[in-house]
Structures are given as C-alpha cells and as structure tokens.
Write a protein that binds this ligand. Structure first.
Ligand SMILES: NC(=O)c1ccc[n+]([C@@H]2O[C@H](COP(=O)([O-])OP(=O)(O)OC[C@H]3O[C@@H](n4cnc5c(N)ncnc54)[C@H](O)[C@@H]3O)[C@@H](O)[C@H]2O)c1
Length: 388
C-alpha cells in the first residue's frame, strides 16, 4: 500500500512521518509521498536531523503539485494522510474519498456536523476507511480506564476537570497567522482531546457547552482567544470543566501541562480517577539547556507519547501512543486491501462499533462540541446545546 501525506508541518515531522517510516522499515507499507505547497517545507522535512538519525536511507517523494493531482494519480485503496490546518481537512478528505482512497486524518476531522455527515456518507458508499487520529485514545492509561469504567468499577461520571496548556512560545510560531479570534480558540484547538477522552472512557455524550474566553495579543498584534475555560455537560447530567491556553511558561518542565480528573459514584460510594498526563514520573536535571523550543534544564519528559529508542540500529525505533495510533489506523487500511465492497463495509462497521478508532460517525460529538463552542465563546460563554 502506498501512502500520500498532504501537509508537511509540525505534526508531520513530530509524529506522522516517523511513524510511517517505521511501518515502511517493517515492510508494512510501500512508497511515501509528501505533498506541500512550498519547496522549503519539504526540504526542511527531508533534512530534519531527527528523521535522518532515526531512519537512515529512508526517503519520501516530495510532491509540489496540488494534492488533488497527487491523490488522483494513486491506484485506488491506498492511504491518504491529511495533516493540513483544521479548516482544510474537509476539502482534502472529500477529494481523497472521491479518488477512492482510505484516509487517516489528524484531529479534528472537520469543524461542522454537516461536513462530518457528508464525509460519512461518501465513505460508506464507497466502503472506505476514515480513521481520525485522536492519539490520546492509544495511551494505555486511557484504554485501562475505559475497560474499568465499562466494568462498572467507577460507577457513573459526575464531575471532572481537565486541562491542557501549551507553552507560551507557541505565540511566536505560525499560530499567530491563523489562530485568530474569528478562526479558533484554545478550547477548540486542544480542549477537544479531553472531551473525546471522557466520551471514550465513559461512553457518555456531550450535550451542552459553554466556553468563556480571554483575548490576548500575539507578537504580530493579532488577537486570539488564548485562554479558555469550558464547561461541558454530558448526557447523564455530568459536568466537565476544561481549561486551555497557549500560556504555560516556557521555563516550566515538559512540553506542556495536562491532566484529567474525574469524580464518579455508584450512588453508594464515590470513585475517583486522576491522570497526570504531563508528569509521568521522570525528573531530569541536565548540565545545560539542551536547546530547542520550550526546552528546559530541569525537564520532565514523557516516555509515553513519542520517543525514539536505540534498540541496536540501524537508526532508532519510535515508541509510544503517537506511533501506535498511526500504526493502528494504517493497519486497518491494510486489512481492507483486496476485499469486496461488502466485506470492507462489514469490517469498518465492526471497528466503528468497537470504538477504539475514531471515525466520523462514532466521534461526531467532537464536531458538535466545536460548533457549539465557537458560538458560545463569541457570546461571552452562553450555554449552547449540541446539534448531534
Ligand atoms: N495533538 C494532536 O492531535 C495534534 C497536534 C498538532 C497538530 N494537530 C493537527 O494537525 C494539523 C496540522 O497541524 P500542524 O501543527 O502540523 O500545522 P502546520 O502549520 O505546522 O502544518 C500544516 C502543513 O500544511 C501545509 N499546507 C497548507 N495548505 C496546503 C495545501 N493546500 N496543500 C498542501 N499542503 C498544504 C503547510 O505547508 C504545512 O506544511 C491540524 O489539523 C492540527 O489541529 C494535531
């Protein structure tokens, strides 16, 4: 199976391409094309020291033509990876589906319920996979919590609090060109992870959202909702508070700060779940700052999301839930190779039912939350009922 990735930015470099390279090294997938609008993006990706170190001798084919041409040139039922900015996902996904390709799309799939429904319809008709890469689902702790919740050990979710604050330096990056008040906000961009996780763990659905935002200025003078506090009400009446920002201090340890706490009850006893998703038990103090955005002399690295291990070479082996998530969706696309339309539909329906992998239909609440959140934040945090 060939893979064509559209977009060669941060997530492509940090997680997706190294995961694909490792799958390629294991002969699970064939040639990899990467499509971007400018030569410089592709040059930087091809020459990234991390990737050269970890995957000596492995290369992708750089494609500068419009992605529609690249996708149309593939034989049917290959894998198209969509790693573009959020608002471009819809066009790229529809284009790839019409060209009869399976899809791995980074989160969020799209920004409206209507677009997600269209994608579902198109993919069902053609028996094509659309896997949405919510990688936190592939963190072992999420899968453990889900099984125990489903076994009734926690009773029922009542109150929760989650946070994910990215470091301050994000404000100096390309974010300042697109992360403006009219286009996004901290909750829409990163809050979705914990909304998705609570739904994944509990099986409950969000029904109402209110988001209070604080505007702040980027270095270029543009304004964004850079601090947000969201209240998400669930189908059983439970309430999750989610705080997000581009504002965790650069001098703080780790690449960000993030955690989830859930208080639950079975009516007779209380239950509690807490995940520290930033501090995972490692404390390093180096002789000097190792360099790079947000790097610190005292660090608390996460061994769980994405790391490179030296297992004897050549190169390095990616490990963590970032890799497992990409591998899982890619493997599902491989499983569909050579099957009839009916068999593909049957398998995809089973995976949707299992609910480990996010698909348009089993994670549509995420689009509904984003739509409601955007309405709420523009209206000073009024509660907005979800569409789906
Ligand atoms: N935790 C997560 O799940 C996570 C983390 C980071 C990013 N993301 C998602 O990944 C996506 C990309 O984010 P990023 O941080 O990599 O952004 P980025 O700006 O670094 O990269 C986007 C890339 O898309 C390319 N691009 C834009 N328009 C194009 C076009 N018409 N044709 C081809 N290429 C085009 C750009 O050149 C750039 O290489 C977003 O949807 C974001 O929400 C998810």
């Amino acid at each position: 199976m060939q893979v064509a990735m559209i977009g060669g930015g941060m997530i492509a470099h940090d997680q997706i391409l190294p995961s694909l390279y490792h799958l390629q090294r294991q002969c699970r997938i064939g040639a990899i094309d990467v499509c971007a609008r400018n030569r410089e993006t592709l040059r930087k990706l091809a020459e990234a020291p991390n990737l050269l170190n970890a995957f000596p001798g492995q290369i992708f084919t750089a494609r500068l033509e419009p992605y529609a041409e690249v996708v149309a040139g593939l034989p049917p039922h290959q894998l198209v990876v969509v790693a573009l900015p959020d608002d471009l996902h819809y066009d790229a996904v529809m284009c790839a589906l019409r060209a009869r390709q399976h899809i791995l799309c980074v989160k969020p799939l799209v920004l409206t319920v209507a677009q997600s429904e269209e994608i579902e319809k198109e993919s069902r008709e053609r028996g094509l996979l659309v896997g949405i890469e919510y990688h936190k689902r592939f963190d072992d702790r999420s899968i453990l919590a889900r099984r125990r919740y489903q076994a009734g050990l926690f009773g029922e979710f009542k109150l929760g609090t989650a946070c994910l604050l990215e470091k301050w330096y994000y404000r100096h990056s390309n974010f300042q060109s697109w992360f403006t008040c009219d286009a996004s906000d901290a909750f829409t961009y990163i809050g979705c992870h914990y909304v998705d996780l609570v739904a994944f763990i509990t099986g409950l659905k969000p029904v109402e959202v209110s988001v209070y935002g604080i505007k702040d200025k980027f270095p270029n003078g543009k304004e964004g909702w850079l601090w947000t506090d969201a209240r998400v009400i669930w189908s059983n009446g439970a309430c999750l508070n989610v705080q997000n920002a581009l504002g965790f201090p650069d001098a703080g340890p780790g690449t960000n700060t993030q955690s989830l706490t859930m208080y639950c009850s079975n009516g007779e006893a209380g239950a509690w779940l807490h995940h520290s998703d930033q501090y995972r038990g490692l404390q390093y103090c180096y002789t000097r700052n190792p360099g790079g955005d947000g790097a610190t002399t005292y660090a608390e690295p996460s061994p769980d999301y994405f790391q490179y291990l030296d297992l004897g070479g050549p190169g390095l082996v990616p490990t963590g839930y970032g890799y497992r998530s990409v591998a899982y969706i890619t493997e599902r696309a491989l499983e569909l190779q050579g099957l009839s339309l009916d068999d593909r539909r049957r398998l995809i329906a089973r995976w949707e039912q299992d609910g480990l992998m996010a698909t348009p239909s089993n994670s549509r609440y995420n689009e509904a939350v984003v739509e409601a959140a955007r309405q709420s934040i523009a209206n000073n945090g009024v509660p907005v009922k979800l569409k789906a």
